[in-house]
Ligand binder design. Structure first.
Ligand code: SAJ
Length: 442
């Protein structure tokens, strides 16, 4: 039997030994899915705290139950280590490491490169490697193929197999998880795609195979660029509607009454999270090397990035109408998380709004039930979430709703506040919320 046939057989009968590099919100759920499918899984991560927790059978990812980890550890089907040398005994390796942006706005490939450099030491015939980290088209072929294969004298598609499969984890989502979200898979060669598909089909419900790694890399960027651009569109619509004296929320709800050919997005104070504001910039960055300007991405990014400043200008106008300068006014920001009902503050527009308010001399406090304290990475300031929410609401000259957490009692907030700027239309659910004289909306 060929190396390919032997490996496919090991994968199909679950004898193949699996390693997951990077045990974060993507890697740990994936490790559990492979373990529960019957594979033996080794998790590898340089973070000693993560490994110590997993060795004890404890999960640190909200979407992964400790019982699931404990059961696999006890069954001897999952172990975790900081020691990359275990890779020499592995048949299949999935790389799930972060791909953030540098402060310059360029891709930060350092996590992929360090995982790749470690793996390169242990590459051998009969291995399949899948990269899951969202990245620019060409990464798998231009970075991983030479370093892991060529430099080790291994021929991809014959001696070893390399593919890309974009992660589609939406933290906190319960309806679509790692096992039931279709998985796109694209190989460096046809044989690579065949082997990687055979591997993942042993664990997830649906694998959607494409012809190349580049097609798989690009499909992920389309998914998140689509979102970013449409959010930029409705953000610009909010600005236009304000000039026209039209309620943008009413307009969007009306358009959404169309049962086909329309997809609802809502305006907000800006784009947060580690996916939507970042992934499209990997594509526009790559296109620069082809002397191509990705205009839609650049424009949408410009609009979205400007939303915190637009929100602050609207707050200044609102205070001005009430005879109050922003400078010296008490501003209470509700919500630091980048989206409702989660504890993730990465790239949150709240931080930008708070920074701008502070720059303009407002006396700023914030409240977020999920985030006890925040700090600004570049400006260096730190704040704690206020302890007594209603006291802070009563004392504030303006209450600014940035993240519409479900736990907030918007009726009580309206009752106790002097002036509310609602950037999420969160107060629509309050009895007196609609068109309340205290409330201004984006
Ligand atoms: N946002 C708006 N208006 C909208 C939708 C989102 O302003 O209509 C803002 C949010 O407030 C947030 C940012 O955009 O600040 C991103 O929100 P998101 O709903 O896209 O949530 P994310 O960042 O968690 O995106 C993830 C992505 N998942 C993956 O990349 C695997 C994305 O592809 C999913 O579509 C999204 O979750 C989801 O649908 O929940």
């Amino acid at each position: 039997m060929s190396i390919k046939e032997t490996l496919i057989e090991k994968l199909k009968n679950k004898n193949a030994r699996i390693a997951i590099l990077g045990l974060g919100y993507v890697g740990l759920p994936l490790a559990v899915v492979f373990g529960e499918a019957g594979f033996h899984v080794t998790g590898v991560d340089p973070d000693k705290r993560k490994i110590a927790a997993l060795v004890e059978g404890r999960s640190y990812i909200p979407d992964v139950k400790t019982e699931a980890v404990e059961k696999l550890v006890k069954a001897g089907r999952f172990n975790a280590t900081t020691d990359f040398s275990v890779l020499k005994d592995m048949d299949a390796v999935s790389i799930c490491v972060p791909t953030p942006l540098r402060q310059t706005g360029d891709p930060d490939m350092s996590f992929i490169i360090s995982a790749m450099d470690e793996l390169a030491k242990y590459m051998h015939k009969g291995m399949v490697v899948v990269l899951e980290s969202t990245t620019y088209p060409g990464t798998t072929r231009e970075l991983l193929l030479p370093k892991l294969g060529v430099d080790n004298g291994l021929k991809a598609g014959e001696d070893w197999f390399l593919a890309f499969s974009p992660e589609r984890v939406d933290p906190g989502r319960e309806d679509f998880t790692t096992i039931n979200t279709p998985k796109v898979m694209g190989g460096i060669t046809e044989a690579c795609g065949e082997v990687a598909t055979a591997w993942y089909e042993g664990a997830v419900n649906i694998v959607h195979q494409v012809s190349t790694a580049e097609a798989a890399e690009m499909s992920k960027l389309l998914e998140n660029t689509f979102r970013m651009i449409n959010i930029g569109l409705v953000n610009e619509l909010a600005i236009m509607c304000e000039r026209l004296g039209v309620d943008v929320w009413e307009v969007i709800d009306a358009a959404a009454s169309k049962p086909f050919g329309f997809m609802k997005f809502t305006p907000g104070p800006g784009l947060g999270g580690h996916c939507i504001p970042i992934d499209p910039l990997y594509l526009s960055w790559k296109m620069k090397s082809f002397n191509y300007n990705a205009r839609f991405i650049e424009l949408a990014s410009e609009i979205n990035t400007n939303m915190p400043r637009y929100v602050v200008s609207r707050i200044m106008e609102g205070l001005n109408e009430r005879g109050k300068p922003l400078k010296g006014s008490k501003a209470l920001v509700l919500g630091a998380a980048y989206k409702p009902d989660i504890d993730d503050v990465r790239e949150s527009p709240s931080l930008d709004v708070i920074g701008l308010l502070r720059q303009k001399g407002a006396l700023v406090e914030y409240h977020d039930p999920y985030i006890p304290n925040i700090h600004h990475e570049y400006d260096g300031w730190k704040m704690d979430s206020v302890k007594d929410l209603m006291k802070a609401v009563k004392e504030a000259d303006v209450v600014i709703i940035i993240t519409n957490h479900k736990v907030y009692d918007y009726e009580a907030i309206i009752e106790n506040a002097k002036f509310i700027f609602d950037s999420r239309n969160a107060t629509r659910f309050a009895k007196s919320g609609k068109n309340h004289e205290k409330v201004e909306r984006l």
